[in-house]
Write a protein that binds this ligand. Sequence first.
Ligand SMILES: Cc1cc2nc3c(=O)[nH]c(=O)nc-3n(C[C@H](O)[C@H](O)[C@H](O)COP(=O)(O)OP(=O)(O)OC[C@H]3O[C@@H](n4cnc5c(N)ncnc54)[C@H](O)[C@@H]3O)c2cc1C
Length: 222
Amino acid sequence: MKRFVDLGGRLQRGKINVDANERPCIDGALLTADVIVMACGAWMKHLFRRTLFSLLETERQDVLLIAPPPGDVRYDDTHFPAWIDHGYPAYGIPASGGFGFKAVITWHHLPMDLDRDDRVVHETAIARTRRYLAHRFPGLVDQPIAGVAVGQISSSKDTHFIIDRHPDHADVVLVAADSGHLYKHGPVIGDHIASLAVGATPVERRFAYGPHDPIALVNRPQ
Ligand SMILES: Cc1cc2nc3c(=O)[nH]c(=O)nc-3n(C[C@H](O)[C@H](O)[C@H](O)COP(=O)(O)OP(=O)(O)OC[C@H]3O[C@@H](n4cnc5c(N)ncnc54)[C@H](O)[C@@H]3O)c2cc1C
């Protein structure tokens, strides 16, 4: 954001909503620009109800960071990759920079009220995560929890991002369905969105409004 302002961009903070035709407004006034990119994260489903509501699912994910045993480097980023266990499903990243080993269990699909729910990890999530650690990472099962966070995750049915022009407004680009993974894709996806917005790149087929074939999840233990 600082770089944007340093380069001459103007930063205006405000509440975004849309009019009856889903044209974006800020603090009640229509947004005007050559191109408008809307990227309000998990809130996009509710902002652009007509276009996005039926395409997106929003759920909460309780994120636990487990402290590896002292001196045990097996779970560090020097020895362990970022991982996804599609069969369970679960995912995480190795312990890095003093942060614990991240483990997120995602099969239970808990709904979330984006504006009202506290971001406090549930006791049931802690129990669920320990069961999973016993299944895949027994060396971590009795280790202390070093950190927690709660994520609001917005996914499309096939878990691909949605990056497409608004069906009724060619000058409005919608960015949604971060699927809990947009941070690490940020720089590349940012370039793609900028290029799409100025008409230098067409809409990527897999990021167009679906439906696409879902990614198969197999071998989920009951
Ligand atoms: C606990 C947690 C752990 C995560 N771990 C990872 C990870 O390890 N790797 C990874 O790649 N991703 C991870 N993610 C996901 C990643 O943070 C998201 O994919 C990414 O932030 C999405 O970026 P975004 O800009 O689309 O949305 P956001 O970062 O959610 O930004 C949307 C912004 O829009 C604002 N907004 C919404 N509605 C309105 C409105 N009506 N008016 C004005 N402003 C509005 C919100 O306040 C927010 O600032 C994690 C997320 C969480 C919460």
